[in-house]
Ligand binder design. Sequence first.
Ligand code: MN
Length: 192
Amino acid sequence: MDSLKKYRSKRDFTVTAEPEGSKESNGSPSKDLLYVIQKHHASQLHYDFRLEWRGVLLSWAVPKGPSVDPAVKRLAARVEDHPVEYGGFEGLIPEGEYGGGTVMLWDRGTWTPEVPDVDAALKKGELKFTLHGKKLKGSWVLVRTKGYGSSKKESWLLIKHRDRYASSEDVLEKKPLSVLSNRSFEEIAASR
Ligand code: MN
């Protein structure tokens, strides 16, 4: 079972600086689970939301990025699993390569499931969790809006739960800098 097959098949690792991912990663259940959001300007700007689970990063592409306002539901298209090492990646993907463009590490931290069985929650299409990021914190939910098999990509919604971290502010605008390098998106894009 190699859930990174699709990830690797899309990339030429002799050209891109993105990590290939170790072949034998099968997760270390005792350690904290990584959470990251990468701002990614490829053909279109989006935010990649990633949660470590079973040795890989479960991944969703969120076109409008996360909102800390519980009244706002953000579309999140499930995409292929990524290697855990991808959670440290920031920089440029060469033009012509898959996802070619600029990647910023917009937020990073850990996450805690709010459900007893994550696999069952993913299958059911409703995963509740707490984020412990530098920018995003508190309780969230991912809800699947389409069943399996109906379309190529699963469609989910990313929604903030009401708690003390909920707010109507635009967190993308208020906290635009990289949590890795403190650079702006434009500075990273210009670093070629
Ligand atoms: Mn992306």
